[in-house]
Each structure stands twice: as structure tokens, then as C-alpha cells.
Ligand binder design. Structure first.
Ligand code: SF4
Length: 340
């Protein structure tokens, strides 16, 4: 029931002992506040709480493990009602900002070669309620979470409808009341999805996992690039930015010896031209067994990262680096999906 919209709660409770509309509203208000039990809904009469408990579940999923890294990252392994497992992470930047990193699919069809989730294959999209349940579990653990990134398992633009509903829940002024500017959706670059988001929302910040702006290399690293070529991708970003008027993040996962050369810097700066964008460099977080064209991937050494960063800055780009956190619990970018 957590994460359902009022009309969905009304539908669910129809028949048998259905409840008056003001009671349904009270139930919805409690779910928006993230209560973990019907017993905590203390403005409902005891017999109603009892009836709710006997007929419904507040959560469809359950936390099966919580793994804490010494750097402050906390990874949640969550079992969905059909037995599928997903992961969600609390990121801690060490300066007081905590961010919930949420999953939108069980597995992922995008199959980026550098990502553990991509290697799992795709099982199914998550429902809006399952996405909001992730957030409620994380928020209970860390009430001071202030930001959300949709960067966990799955490609968000393949599950945009459910994400729209979930973001309505996150931003509800009577509920969690999170500013849309504090929620970032990261995509592998699905052109129709970016245009759909620009036209129909949700109005969230956008990050593009670009990784390479060399057409051929990108398609070898990220199979979705074959159907979403760079020219169309760039056009969709320009369109998005015209409508949404917010800065875009271009993420580049750095793979040692593969996408950090002079030609890569030139292509990336060419792609970024005309966009209001910041480049976020993400040195690859190791995952055993991932190969690129038969060879094991490796993170670039610090000297290679520094050289690439300098090359981009010399071309006038605004560049930041993603802090390396959560590797101790396989909770860093690209490492999700190791549920036992
Ligand atoms: S990086 Fe994102 S889009 Fe690519 S396979 Fe992993 S989860 Fe899917």
C-alpha cells in the first residue's frame, strides 16, 4: 500500500469493509510520511488498523540485507514480492549530504559492458510503489537524506511511466516534499525517452551516461547507442534543455586505456559544445569478470585520469570527478546486482 496514489488505495480497499474517503485520505497521508506499520497510523480507530493489518500489506517488498561500508555508503538488498532482488544505496559525500540512489528495474536490458547490472540481463520493470518503497526504507535508515539519484539498477527511460508516478510521490508537498531540482535521473541515452521527458516530465535534472563521444567506441561499450546515435542524442539534449532549462551532467565512466585518449577528449568537447553541461568523470569501479572484446576491464591509474581531466579542462569544459565510495560493499556506480 505504501507508494500508492489515493485512487489506487481506494481501488485496493473496495469491497468487504471499504472505508470512507476521509479515512482513505488519512491512510494516504501516513504512507506519504513513510510509516512502517499500520499500527503507527494513530489517528485511525484501533479496529480499522486491525482490519487493515489482516487484509493488506503496507509494503510489497522487504529489506533482506543492509551492508555498511566504512566510508558511509549503505547498500540495501531488497526482495520484491515475486522473489526478484534489487539494490538501493545511501551515498554519503562525507560533507553532510546524503543521497538515495534508487533502482527502477530488476536487472537492465541496456547491457553496458562496464556494468554489473547490465551483465545480469533484464527481468522486469519496477512498479511506482516498489520504487517509492526503496526510498522509504532508505529514509528510515537515514532521515537526513536530501537528494535522490535514479542511477541504481535499470534504465529509467525504459520505465518512465512508473517513474513519473514515483516522482509525484517524492515531490508531494504534503509528503516528502523533495524539490525536483534535488532529483537526478541518469540515462544511458534513450532519445525518444529524453524527448518524452522534455515534453511530459517528470521535471527532474538529467544526467547522460555518455562515456564516449566516439560513435563507434560508444556503440561497442553501450549497445543502446546503436539505436540512439550521437547526432540524434545531442539534438534530444538540446531540445530537453530548451524546455527544462537546467544544466545537464555528462557522465563519463573512465576505462583504463580505452576511452581516455586525446581523440576521446576532442570528441567529448565537440559533443558538449552548445550544451550547458558539466562533465562528471567516474573512474570505473571494478567488477570481476567483466570483459571488453575479450579483455578484462581495469580502472585507469591516477596519472591517466589526471591527464584526461586536464585535456578536457584545457578545452574549456567544466569537469568534476565522482568520489570513489561504496566499493567495500559493491555499492558504487556500476557495481549493483550482487544480491546473494
Ligand atoms: S550502466 Fe545503467 S543503463 Fe547501463 S547496464 Fe548498467 S544499469 Fe543499465
Amino acid at each position: 500500500m505504501a507508494g500508492l496514489l489515493p485512487e489506487e488505495i481506494a481501488r485496493l480497499t473496495e469491497g468487504g469493509a471499504s472505508f470512507p474517503s476521509y479515512r482513505l485520505k488519512q491512510i494516504y497521508e501516513w504512507t506519504r510520511r513513510g510509516v512502517l506499520s499500520f499500527d503507527d497510523m494513530n489517528n485511525l480507530p484501533p479496529e480499522m488498523r486491525k482490519s487493515l493489518k489482516s487484509r493488506f500489506r503496507l509494503f510489497s517488498s522487504a529489506v533482506s540485507a543492509v551492508l555498511e561500508d566504512e566510508d558511509g555508503t549503505v547498500k540495501f538488498q531488497i526482495t520484491l514480492e515475486d522473489g526478484n532482488k534489487i539494490e538501493a544505496v545511501i551515498l554519503n559525500d562525507g560533507k553532510g549530504r546524503k543521497t538515495a540512489c534508487l533502482s527502477v528495474q530488476a536487472g537492465c536490458p541496456a547491457a553496458c559492458v562496464f556494468c554489473k547490472t547490465g551483465a545480469l540481463g533484464f527481468t522486469r520493470n519496477l512498479k511506482a510503489g516498489e520504487i517509492t518503497e526503496e526510498y522509504i526504507f532508505l529514509k528510515k535508515h537515514a532521515p537526513d537524506i536530501s537528494h535522490i539519484v535514479i542511477m541504481g539498477m535499470g534504465e529509467p527511460l525504459f520505465n518512465l511511466e512508473e517513474l513519473r508516478k514515483a516522482s509525484g510521490f517524492f515531490c508531494d508537498k504534503e509528503g516528502f516534499n523533495i524539490s525536483r531540482r534535488r532529483i537526478t535521473l541518469s540515462t544511458s541515452g534513450i532519445v525518444p525517452g529524453i524527448r518524452d521527458m522534455a515534453d511530459n516530465g517528470p521535471d527532474l535534472k538529467l544526467a547522460l551516461s555518455l562515456t564516449s563521444a566516439r560513435e563507434d567506441l560508444r556503440a561497442r561499450l553501450m549497445p543502446v547507442a546503436k539505436d540512439n546515435p550521437l547526432t540524434l542524442l545531442k539534438e534530444s539534449l538540446v531540445y530537453f534543455q530548451k524546455k527544462q532549462k537546467s544544466r545537464i551532467t555528462l557522465e563519463a565512466v573512465l576505462l583504463g586505456g580505452i576511452n581516455t585518449g586525446t581523440e576521446d577528449a576532442r570528441a567529448l568537447s565537440c559533443f558538449a559544445r552548445g550544451l550547458d553541461a558539466v562533465i562528471n568523470l567516474i573512474p570505473w569501479n571494478p567488477v570481476d569478470g567483466l570483459l571488453f572484446e575479450g579483455k578484462a576491464l581495469s580502472p585507469p591509474p591516477e596519472s591517466e585520469i589526471a591527464e584526461y581531466e586536464a585535456a578536457l579542462k584545457n578545452r574549456g569544459l567544466n569537469v568534476t570527478r565522482r568520489y570513489k565510495k561504496g566499493r567495500g560493499v559493491m555499492g558504487a556506480c556500476g557495481q549493483l546486482g550482487g544480491c546473494p
